[in-house]
Structure formats: structure tokens, C-alpha cells
Design a protein around this ligand. Structure first.
Ligand code: ACM
Length: 267
């Protein structure tokens, strides 16, 4: 049996205040010990970039100063963390999630399904949905709007993920409940870490982020949920073996019962 202590930190990053946002995270996590910590999408920079040039000015690669600070948080927590950051890679900029431990970046996920004005600022993700080893536990990542595309979580589950870390900056009201289905239909743990607060950096585009960060178990049980409008550090213990069991009735296995020959995809 593998029991992990997992955590998330929901807060309101201030746009452009990278140092201050990292300080807030360091303070919120000061007494935290855990195996895995999940942070929101674009948690160091804030969300609503005005254009690609602005996103580019904030984007960092694996040797960037924010990554070093996040690695320090991971080290103090004694585990790994998943943080949403703006990633620079040559001329490209991605809305990414970095898996980080005390040594630095262990792996990247680049958001595949860009939402709204993100399309003006970021390149679409090009790494697919990779899965990473945390000891014997397999971790996948997806970011915010990826939830709407069941193929995202399904790709991760088929690749063996026990846990899906899901940094988010949710503005629509649907995802929190939808994650019950994403967890259940794949029999995985999901950790959606959403932000709170508001941003209005583009004319007539006021965004209100919905909080209610959620962890859901492989049977669709909501394990724990954050408030809609307050910062919160939430921890939970999970037995990851439960996500290895794809049997949902005595005669139904959610993977073995799939019928890909009967499914029709455009591509
Ligand atoms: C979103 O994908 N940040 C809504």
C-alpha cells in the first residue's frame, strides 16, 4: 500500500508581482510537510496577460529564478510540487505545469487546450500528456480548461497515472463538479488547485476566479474542497493503490471494457 500526503494551496496571485506571489507561497507552505503539493495555473505571474509580448517578458525556462524558489519550497516540504508557470522555450511560450523537486524541474506539461485570450499569448502545448514517476506512483498533469476535453484525463489514465495534478484558474462554473466524472471514469485521484480573486487587465474582460479547489477519489468521492473566495492550504492522505484498480463491478473493468473499434474520432 502506498499512502501519500498530498496538498494544494489556493490563493490569489497578484498580476505581475512574481516576487510577492512567491513570498505568499513560501509563507503559506512554511509549516507544510507533504509528498506532493499542487499550486494553481500561472501561480507566479497571475493570469490575464495583455498579449504575447507581455507573456514573453514573464516566461522562464528550467533555470529561471521562480523555478529555484519553487524548488526551495519543494525541498522544505520534503516532496515534489506541481506549479503552473509561463514557460519560455526558445521563441516559444507555453502555459505550462512544471513538476519540481529540490533538484529542479523533473518534467513539464504544456497546456494543450488554450482558453480564450490565452490563444493570443501562448503556443499550444506540444508534449502530449506525459506521465512521470514519483517513486512507484505515476503522476500526470493537465491545466485548467483541459478538463473539458475528456481525452486529456483519459490519455493520462491510459498512460498509467494514479494521480492527475490539475493547476487551474477557473472562471466558468462547471469544472469542479465535472472533476467527479473525470476521476470516476478513469478511476484516478484528481487534485484541482484553483485560484481565487479577480483580474481585469483587458477592456470589458473582468475575470472572477472560482476557488473551490477539489481533490476527488477514484470512486468519484469529493475528498476535500476549498472555499470559493479565501486562500487555503488543504492536505489529504490518499492510498494510491486505489487508482490502480480499474475494476468497477465484478464483471466490468473500465479499461478492458473499452471498445476503441466502435469509437469514431475525426482524427
Ligand atoms: C482556464 O483554462 N484558465 C479557464
Amino acid at each position: 500500500m502506498i499512502v501519500m500526503k498530498v496538498a494544494l494551496v489556493q490563493f490569489a496571485p497578484e498580476f505581475g508581482m512574481v516576487e510577492e506571489n512567491l513570498e505568499i507561497l513560501e509563507q503559506l507552505c512554511a509549516d507544510l510537510r507533504c509528498d506532493l503539493l499542487v499550486l494553481p495555473e500561472l501561480c507566479t505571474t497571475g493570469y490575464q496577460f495583455r498579449d504575447r509580448q507581455e507573456a514573453s517578458a514573464f516566461a522562464e525556462d528550467k533555470d529561471g529564478p521562480s523555478i529555484k524558489r519553487l524548488a526551495g519550497i519543494a525541498e522544505r516540504c520534503g516532496g515534489a510540487l506541481v506549479a503552473g508557470i509561463a514557460e519560455a522555450s526558445g521563441d516559444q511560450i507555453f502555459n505550462s505545469a512544471a513538476l519540481i523537486n529540490s533538484d529542479g524541474v523533473l518534467g513539464w506539461y504544456r497546456k494543450v487546450h488554450l482558453f480564450g485570450t490565452e490563444k493570443d499569448c501562448f503556443d499550444p502545448g506540444d508534449l502530449g500528456f506525459p506521465v512521470f514517476d514519483l517513486g512507484e506512483v505515476k503522476l500526470g498533469m493537465m491545466i485548467c480548461f483541459d478538463w473539458l476535453f475528456p481525452e486529456s484525463a483519459r490519455s493520462l489514465a491510459l498512460a498509467g497515472a494514479h494521480i492527475i495534478a490539475h493547476p487551474a484558474n477557473l472562471v466558468l462554473p462547471y469544472c469542479q463538479n465535472a472533476m467527479i466524472t473525470r476521476a470516476l471514469e478513469n478511476r484516478v485521484f484528481t487534485i484541482t488547485c484553483n485560484r481565487i480573486g479577480q483580474e481585469e487587465r483587458l477592456p470589458d474582460q473582468r475575470l472572477s476566479f472560482t476557488g473551490r479547489s477539489r481533490m476527488v477519489g477514484p470512486d468519484g468521492t469529493v475528498l476535500t474542497e476549498g472555499p470559493p473566495d479565501k486562500a487555503a492550504l488543504i492536505t489529504w492522505f490518499i492510498n494510491t493503490d486505489r487508482a490502480g484498480d480499474k475494476q468497477i463491478t465484478a464483471s466490468n473493468n473500465i479499461f478492458a471494457d473499452r471498445r476503441p473499434d466502435q469509437y469514431r474520432f475525426e482524427k
